[in-house]
Ligand binder design. Sequence first.
Ligand SMILES: *Cc1c(COP(=O)(O)O)cnc(C)c1O
Length: 755
Amino acid sequence: MHRIEELALATFDRPLKDLSDQEVYKVLLDFVQDQTQAQPLNQSKRKLYYISAEFLIGKLLTSNLLNLGCYDEVQAVLEANGQSLHDVEKAEKEPSLGNGGLGRLAACFLDSIASLEINGDGVGLNYHFGLFRQVFKDNQQASRPDAWLDQPTWLKPSTISYPVPFKDFTLKSTLYEIDVPGYQQASKNRLRLFDLDSVDEAIIEGESIHFDKEAIKKNLTLFLYPDDSDQAGELLRIYQQYFMVSNAAQLIIDESLAKGSNLKDLDEYAVVQINDTHPAFIIPEFIRLLTQNHDLSFEEALEAVTKTVAFTNHTILAEALEKWPMAYIEAVIPEIAAIIRQLDQVIQAKFPDQAAVQVIDADDRAHMAHIAIHFSKSVNGVAALHTDILKDSELHDFYLIYPDKFNNKTNGITFRRWLMAANPGLCDLFDDKLSNNWRLDHDFTGLLDYQDDLDTLEQIKQIKESNKEALKEFLYDNQGVTLHENAIIDVQIKRFHEYKRQQMLALYIIHKYLDIKAGNLPTSPITIIFGGKAAPAYIIAQDIIHLILNLSELIAKDPDVSPYLQVIMVENYNVTACEKLVTAADISEQISLASKEASGTGNMKFMLNGALTVCTLDGANVEIANLVGEDNIFIFGKSSQEIVDLYASGDYDAQAYYQRPAIQPLVDFIVGPEMMAIGQADRLERLHQDITTKDWFMALIDLEDFIQCKEEAYLAYQDSRSWYQKTLVNIAKAGYFSSDRTIQQYEEDIWHTRD
Ligand SMILES: *Cc1c(COP(=O)(O)O)cnc(C)c1O
């Protein structure tokens, strides 16, 4: 009897063949946990701690089976018992521990760190209800608690617990752990998630995501990034961030002491990569712990910490750079506030005339990025263009002080999930065509030999079509919509934000709708799919979702248009949905305002799976374009330098663009009779007003160019042979974006855990 069959009997007292999908999931979870439990931890003198407020890990069953090398075996055992692994995969709920690209990056990195046998753990928080689960009601986004801990999970309780001292009370933590097995490795790492001992799910109000923001002892780990649009929300974030890093710092100190550190030499035992500024309070927290509990002087502690911490910057949007009023920090963690004032003194003394690099600004706000840059050993951007913009403009004053700290680490994605688990059909093609060890070396360039081979191009087309069938099933199960047959699938999936310019694609849809109404019918039917959540406090982003849902309804109900155009908004976009969408897509929309998207990783997933990119030259799109060449990508829009200059001069005039004859009818359609008949006037009018008067992220500046570019892309799709040649080149060149390459660079340039 196979171990899985034994486990079924032992757990449920029934044979495997009689179990529900949910029960088989539980059996497989135990089967995997037994194997990872037996794996030793990676070892090295210096250990990496990757600290992140988010880990958007996705479902783990498939990727764990793959990494352990037993996927095929398990599938066979299930099949022999009349069970389907595909159905069991559906029974697993997706952990809700992240929000978007930053959290997904952390998850890809964990997989690569373990697969490269680097001794490194992820450290974060265990959110009970994640961000929120998105539902649509009256063509608007509504948010529900995203319960994911109500079924057996990968979390294992530990005996580790720390006290975290706030101003008026001390809270106790419990550490939970998720094993992270590397691909084909005997050893593992862990994702370590701290939870609050006294957390109380009962304080959530009904079906909503509302709760008493002041009940810190009960709410601290309920949600990720609770709404910070008011003071109570901002205070809660400071509580949450400090709870995360105080636990992390205590854990790191304990583990380093156990290995023989005297803590002045902390950097020989630990390297702490902080994922954006959310964990930046770890710098003053280390200083607090080292000076109060371990007898280091302030200067000794500061030196040890600065040599241990490395900082990854993820954004150049000014409003996304965290600046906390000192009064708030004093109200929550006064000892940390005092240390931040000491750090401020250090910088004032060193750089007295440079207001731009101070820790505390003239409004008495602490700049978390400034703390992270001054008191770390490395500052990295996440794509070549992004790092250049940091050095040349956004962080130029810091670059002049610390030229050697700045470095680039272009993001990557784990090919175990985004290729091997998500696209088995493409893997079969690789096995057929490539003679190298592509699963490990991620070199697919051997495919280029088949550019003119019609059979290979036809196979790529067949793989795409079968992935479209899988997407069709997913969308039908998920929300009851039926994907059109034979349509070109054009996808924009990412968090809703004005800089990502979903509104520009919505304006394109209006253009296409009016064009079809005027009798210009597209040769192939077009399906445009959006997915993404908008932050609950981000009103305009929710208005854009409303516009898209209204357009979807308008078009579906219009018999003149619906055979040619379909608009779908995926409900509750997450990693699982992403896996289905990137493998089925023909076109990848990467249309952010140039200079605003730090890197993107969605763009890499699409490229790897054979979608062609329609893009501005922003973030890692620049590197994609360089790899595939201009014949194999669709580029439009103003350059990053032009946009940086326009912001500097303040010369952008939305009104002037709005008044152009090609643009005005599209924008005015938002408040025209068709939309008003379906949608909410206040939302549509507010969006119209914003686009015509402000348009801060300049959707209109690139709109005409975008429309032309999309028409070219759709036209190119009609020539199937040349389309799949372009697709082949994209797939063949995607190897560069393996997160194994990224992690190898972090290891060689920053972490040095193997030295
Ligand atoms: C990859 C991914 C992202 C990041 O997408 P971008 O297009 O780079 O913003 C966000 N959310 C999920 C669920 C993802 O899988």
